[in-house]
Ligand binder design. Structure first.
Ligand code: SF4
Length: 437
C-alpha cells in the first residue's frame, strides 16, 4: 500500500514496510519533529539520581524545560544565563552557582553540571571550572557535556549522560569482590512501580538488584555497581553503552532483556536463571503466565483483532509491540522519535514484514497514519495525545501514568487499561472517528 503523506523525498527512507528505516540522522529543517534536545536526553538519564545536586548551566528556560522528566518534577538549580553572560563569559557565575548550591544543599553527594546551548556558545572550559570547584568544596562536581544543539536528538544526551556516569560515578567505590547473584538494571526508570514488580520476580530467583540506572540510583550505589555479577539492559538506548563499557572495564557480562509482556518477561527470567546456573528456580514461570492470562482474559476477549499504532521514544518499541500482540491486537505501525538501528531491527524481528516502521515522524505524518490505518488505539508519549483525541482515537500514554506495566501483573494492568480506553463510551460520540468505539 502506497503512503499518501505529502512528504519531502528525504522522509521516504524513514518509513519502511520490509527493511529498516533510515535513522539517527538530523531532522530535516522545517519539519516539526517530536524529538527533544540533547540536554533533555541527559536529564532523562540522570534526573533521578536523588542525592546529587543538579545544576543547569544555561538560561532559566532550559532549566524549566528540563526540570520535568517523565512527567515528574525534580529540583534543579540554574545559572540563569542572559545576554551579558554570553558576551562577557559566565565562568565566575558558574563557580558561584556551584558554591551557592552546595551551601543550600550541604548533604548533596555530588554536583552534576549540565551544559546547554548558551554555555556551548560561550565555549568556556566548564570541565576545568568543575574540577576547581571540586577541589575547593570537597564534593565531586561532574560536568555533563550536553548543549542542546550538539547532537541529532535526545539520544546523544543519553550518550553524554552515560559518559558522565562511567567517568565519574560507576566503580568509584574502589576494589571489591563481585557480589554473587547480583544484577544492575541499566535503562530502567521505575515508572509507576515497574521496578518493584521486576525486583519481586528477581527475588524469586534469589537475585539481588545492586543498582538501577537510574530509576533508583544514588551516588554510593553507582560507586559499587561494578561489583554486580550481571548487567541487565532494559532500555537499549540508555543502557547498552553502559553495559558495553562495563563489560570492558570490569568484565561484567550483560544481557538485553525486557520485562514487558508475558513472553518477554519469562524469557528474561530464564536468561537470568541460566546465567546464575539456577534454571530449576524458574519452574514457576508457566504458572505465572497462565495466571496472568486468566486474570487478563475478560480484557483479551474485548481486544482481540483490534488495531494499535505505536510511537515511542526509542527502544521500548520491540518489546511493547510484542506485548500488544499478546493482547491479541494487530500493530499497524510502529515508530520512534530517535530509535537506532538495533531498536528498529528488534522491532522488525518482533513484528515481521509488512508492519510500517517509521523513524522521527512528525505530527502531520502521524495524523495521516491514523486516517489511513484507523487504529483503535494510539500508544505513545504525551505530545501525540491531543492530536489523537481530536481525531477521535483513544490514546495510551507510555511511559504509563497509572500502574506498573512490567512483569506478569503489569501485563494484566496493560490489558485492563487498553480495554478500558478503547471501550470508553465517549468514542461513540466522535463521529467520523478513525477508531470506532
Ligand atoms: S535546545 Fe538548547 S536552548 Fe533549547 S532547551 Fe535544549 S539546551 Fe536549552
Amino acid at each position: 500500500m502506497e503512503l499518501s503523506v505529502d512528504m519531502l523525498p528525504e522522509r521516504r527512507q524513514h518509513m519502511q514496510r520490509v527493511g529498516l528505516p533510515a535513522c539517527n540522522r538530523p531532522t530535516i529543517p522545517g519539519v516539526v519533529s517530536q524529538r527533544a534536545c540533547v540536554l533533555y536526553g541527559a536529564r532523562w538519564m540522570l534526573a533521578t539520581i536523588k542525592d546529587a545536586l543538579h545544576l543547569i548551566h544555561g538560561p532559566v528556560g532550559c532549566a524549566y524545560y528540563s526540570e520535568t522528566v517523565r512527567k515528574k518534577r525534580y529540583e534543579v538549580f540554574s545559572t540563569a544565563l542572559d545576554e551579558k553572560d554570553i558576551i562577557f563569559g559566565a565562568g565566575a557565575k558558574l563557580a558561584a552557582a556551584i558554591r551557592e548550591g552546595v551551601r543550600l544543599r550541604p548533604a548533596a553527594a555530588a554536583v552534576i553540571v549540565y551544559t546547554t546551548c548558551a554555555a556551548g556558545l560561550i565555549g568556556e572550559d566548564v570541565t576545568a571550572i568543575c574540577r576547581q570547584a571540586e577541589a575547593n568544596l570537597g564534593v565531586p562536581v561532574v560536568p555533563v557535556n550536553c548543549p542542546g544543539f550538539c547532537g541529532v536528538s535526545q539520544g546523544d544526551g543519553h550518550e553524554a549522560a552515560a559518559l558522565a556516569l562511567l567517568e565519574h560515578f560507576i566503580g568509584r567505590g574502589g576494589e571489591g569482590s563481585p557480589l554473587a547473584k547480583s544484577v544492575n538494571i541499566l535503562g530502567e526508570y521505575d515508572i509507576q512501580g515497574d521496578l518493584k514488580e521486576i525486583e519481586g520476580l528477581l527475588q524469586r530467583l534469589g537475585v539481588e538488584v545492586l543498582c538501577t540506572v537510574s530509576g533508583r540510583a544514588t551516588v554510593a550505589g553507582l560507586a559499587r555497581a561494578h561489583r554486580a555479577g550481571l548487567n541487565l539492559v532494559h532500555c537499549g538506548r540508555t543502557g547498552r553503552r553502559l553495559a558495553l563499557e562495563m563489560a570492558e572495564r570490569f568484565g561484567i557480562p550483560w544481557r538485553k532483556v525486557s520485562f514487558f509482556g508475558l513472553a518477554e518477561t519469562a524469557a528474561a527470567l530464564r536468561t537470568i536463571a541460566d546465567v546464575f546456573h539456577c534454571p530449576e528456580k524458574a519452574t514457576w514461570l508457566e504458572e505465572e503466565i497462565e495466571s496472568a492470562r486468566e486474570k487478563a482474559s475478560p480484557y483479551l476477549e474485548r481486544l482481540a483483532g483490534k488495531r494499535v499504532g505505536l510511537f515511542f521514544g526509542a527502544s521500548r518499541m520491540g518489546s511493547m509491540a510484542r506485548a500488544f500482540r499478546e493482547l491479541g491486537m494487530e500493530v499497524v505501525f510502529c515508530g520512534s522519535q530517535f530509535g537506532c538501528r538495533e531498536d528498529y531491527a528488534e522491532s522488525r524481528s518482533r513484528l515481521g514484514r509488512e508492519t510500517l516502521l517509521v523513524d522521527d515522524a512528525h505530527e502531520r505524518e502521524l495524523e495521516e497514519f491514523l486516517h489511513r490505518y484507523r487504529p483503535h488505539l494510539l500508544a505513545g508519549g504525551s505530545r501525540e495525545q491531543f492530536m489523537a483525541h481530536k481525531l477521535g482515537v483513544p490514546f495510551l500514554v507510555f511511559p504509563q501514568e497509572t500502574a506498573p506495566y512490567a512483569g506478569f501483573n503489569g501485563f494484566v494492568n496493560l490489558a485492563r487499561e487498553v480495554a478500558t480506553l478503547i471501550g470508553a463510551p465517549v468514542w461513540r460520540l466522535a463521529a467520523g472517528s478513525p477508531a470506532p468505539g
